[in-house]
Design a protein around this ligand. Sequence first.
Ligand code: SF4
Length: 344
Amino acid sequence: MRIHELKRRLREAGAGPIHEHRILRLWSHALPRNSGKRRPESFFPSSLLAALPSIEAELAGLARIHAVHPGADGSERLLVALADGQTVESVLLPRDGLCISSQVGCAVGCQFCMTGREGLLRQLGSAEIIAQVALARLRRPVRKVVFMGMGEPAHNLDNVMEAIDLLGTAGNIGHKNLVFSTVGDPRVFERLHQGSVRPALALSLHTTKAELRRKLLPRAPNMTPEELVTASDRYARATGYPIQYQWTLLEGVNDGEEEIEGIVRLLSGRYGVLNMIPFNAVDGVAFSRPSWERCEQIARTLRQRGILTKLRYSAGQDVDGGCGQLRARAAEVQVPLRRAEDWR
Ligand code: SF4
């Protein structure tokens, strides 16, 4: 189901804007109909009251938690089952954050990502995206939502933008606490500017070398790192939210001195922060993580050269936490073994 279809059904059942807003707020916060001071019987028109049980049952049936994997760092990885039996991953992050999925599978095919190995299986509807937030809110408060789970949000733009609009209004998430994470796509840079809810932007850069990026992210749109950073920077200055440049550190692939020089050249004077995330081991993928000392050395050098750099571990690594790994393990997805040197 999509949010605009849900709204149409509510209107057809007699809902006015305040009724619609209340229903969307209760749903996205996982609250029961009778929460709050106003009794549903006196607040909603009778025609809407009659239609609500079946609508609520449909919303509740969109997704359920299939498995929970708590991490030592306070994160919780959720394997979420959709109505058709497909599964996606959501991650409850420390400090009230939630990472959600926008697609089942992904067409970009990043060579270091388990989700990318499966290809795209289907899009998530906007209501299924909100359902992940509602499920998470049954477990913990959620004040930040990042679209960094399975899928490329740019490839499901209508549904993702519809979900962002709801989360930034009835869902009560601050706009800068909604993070659209993308490999970069001309449609994204056009569309994000137009929304009434404008999220923060994370750009998966991973290398400053155009040719290497084409190999590592084989089906990402053909924009050079320079073009991506220029378009991202324009958005950051328009919104006032710094760009989060994402960089998965792969030993011997993008952790060398040339890349450090490339980053300094590309990001100096840009409004953003560079998040370096040492690669999280994936079975069947021959990349490896640089030593922690090397990661620290890279981050230190970049800071000394004036680049705001943060070194992060991805949440829940101790529970097979890389994007798509829970799903792959549950489904026993087979992936071909590739040699890391193919990508150098
Ligand atoms: S890293 Fe993100 S964009 Fe790349 S294949 Fe995985 S899910 Fe898709």
